[in-house]
Every structure is written in structure tokens, then in C-alpha cells.
Design a protein around this ligand. Sequence first.
Ligand SMILES: [Zn+2]
Length: 185
Amino acid sequence: MGRVLRLDIAGTPTSWLSREDAALLYVKDLVLWELGEKGFTMRGGLNRISGERSHLDISPVIATKGDIKGRRSLMGFNNRMLFRRDNYRCMYCGQQYGHVNLTRDHVMPRSRRGKDTWENVVAACRRCNHFKADRTPEEAGMALLAVPFRPNISESMFLAQHKVLEDQMEYLERQFSGKRIWSAA
Ligand SMILES: [Zn+2]
């Protein structure tokens, strides 16, 4: 099920909305502008006078007034976002894996005060993570395939949402740093 990408007045992505929450913003007249052609259609009840069924067209990208919540959720990250950042590829052996076979590896190990931050974590398969253990990649003789980095706002929005529609990708992509190549699901 696709979600609606919410932007603030300045066009900065702020959250992913359910269609129901997006519909509420339309009804409250809080939508300033919208982007994207293939929208979602919400069907409402029958109009008592005309007998027609009401409907509301919702764009995949909407800029809105009003309280912006959800920004806080972008501060943190989970394994799903991390694995997506690294394209589900072990950053040591280069193989692609499913979610269950990947782990969060701390490049500088936690036991040696390595931080749990975007810049110090990579996706690693269980085997590589186990082999590396409490060592740095140098000590373990393992080369990192790519430098871990903190995604910017648009990249975080992309990583947080499994199903990103074409129009949404097109909008978010403009602000991508180009450190990784991703494609919309
Ligand atoms: Zn590996």
C-alpha cells in the first residue's frame, strides 16, 4: 500500500502519511500544492441529494500548512533503513542477502567505544560480522566496500519507506547526495 509524501511549506520532506491522514489534510484545506499525476482516490459515501458517490483525489506528494510532526522519527534509524542504505549488500564480502541474514556491524567495535551512528555502521552478513568480531576492518584484514555515511533528509525519507512511488522518487532524488545509487521499489 503506497503512502503519501508530506512536505512542509518550503518543500522539505517531513513524513509519510497514510491515505486517510492525507485525506484529512485535504478536507481541512491544509494542502498548499501537490505533485505527481497518478494519485490515490478515496471513495466516500453517497451524496444524499445527487446520489453520486463522493471521492477525493490525493496526490502522491503534498505540501501542507499546519503542524509538522514526524521529524523526530528521522533522527534515529533501524536495521531496515541501514540495510536499504547499503542495498542489502554485506559491505565486506559484497554479497546481497535478505534481511534475516544481515546484521548491523560497528566498524569501530562497540567494545572499543565505537558509536552507534550512521557513520560507524554498515550492513554485514553474519559470517563476516562473526569473523571480524571485536576488531577494526584493518586489524581483521577486511576492506570496506563503501564508506558509511549519514543520509540527508531526502535520503532518510527514502530509506524509511519500503514502497516509494515514481513521482515521490523523482522528488526525493533531486536532493540525493549521490553517495549511493538506489532505485524505487
Ligand atoms: Zn559478508
